[in-house]
Design a protein around this ligand. Structure first.
Ligand code: 5RP
Length: 232
């Protein structure tokens, strides 16, 4: 999305720039994916130019390219056991629990691997992303192996989802950075996100779901009155 088309761009920038201030010299930093995370990468590149030294692990090829183009040094899990701090966006944030739906940008698998290896996961968003219950506006993206995806989709349907295979803008099946597919699973409002994450994960053919349960440590939400902090 071009910035001029995004009415929330200023709020995303505000949240992203605040989050970028949490990075300290010498840290290993996880770089999220999406239009909000892109503001973090840009802000970190400016801090890098001013002399801040850190290493980053990116959650997508897109974010890796942006970081590399801006001069940020990238690394991988072959060189680091853990990440000190990851900053990423989200599609829905449940107000009470800080559980999340992620993956509208298609990077949920790498995002979850990076989140799981992070000492601290900071989520940034504009206020439209806050919901009372997950599933209010967003389907749960599920990354699946291409082989037999129709069968995997039927199993997800048995769990109660309306399932649609994600396509890209030109109408071909969307392919993730890992060469997999995404099935967008609309469960409606989700009563038991942790149970649902577990049941989705038990289906053969599923690689990961975009339900991020008890993973965010801090959520920064930008709105008309500034940036609100929610801590777990
Ligand atoms: C990508 C994601 C993104 O973090 C999520 O889609 C939010 O994106 P945006 O900041 O563009 O709204 O999970 O897989």
């Amino acid at each position: 999305m071009r910035l001029v088309d995004d009415p929330a761009a200023n709020l995303k920038r505000e949240a992203g720039e605040q989050a970028a201030l949490l990075v300290e010299g010498g840290m290993v930093v996880g770089l999220g994916t999406g239009s909000t995370a892109a503001f973090v990468i840009a802000a970190l590149a400016r801090r890098h130019q001013e002399g801040l030294r850190f290493t980053a692990i990116a959650t997508s090829e897109r974010s890796a390219k942006q970081a590399r183009d801006l001069g940020i040094e990238l690394s991988d899990f072959g060189h680091h056991d853990a990440i000190d701090l990851t900053i990423d966006g989200a599609d829905e944030i449940e107000r009470g629990s800080l559980n999340l739906i992620k993956g509208l940008g298609g990077a949920l698998l790498r995002e979850k691997i990076v989140a799981a290896a992070s000492r601290k996961l900071v989520i940034i968003a504009d206020e439209r992303k806050m919901v009372r219950h997950l599933g209010e506006h967003t389907a749960v993206p599920v990354e699946v192996t291409p082989f037999g995806w129709e069968s995997t989709a039927r199993q997800l349907g048995v769990l109660g989802a309306r399932v649609s295979a994600r396509h890209d803008r030109v109408g071909t099946l969307f392919v993730t950075d890992g060469g997999n597919m995404i099935l967008d699973c609309n469960f409606g409002v989700i009563d038991d996100p942790a149970g649902l994450e577990r049941r989705i994960g038990e289906i053969v053919g599923v690689i990961e779901s975009g339900l991020f349960i008890q993973r965010a440590s801090l959520v920064l939400v930008a709105g008309a009155d500034g940036v609100a902090r929610y801590e777990r």
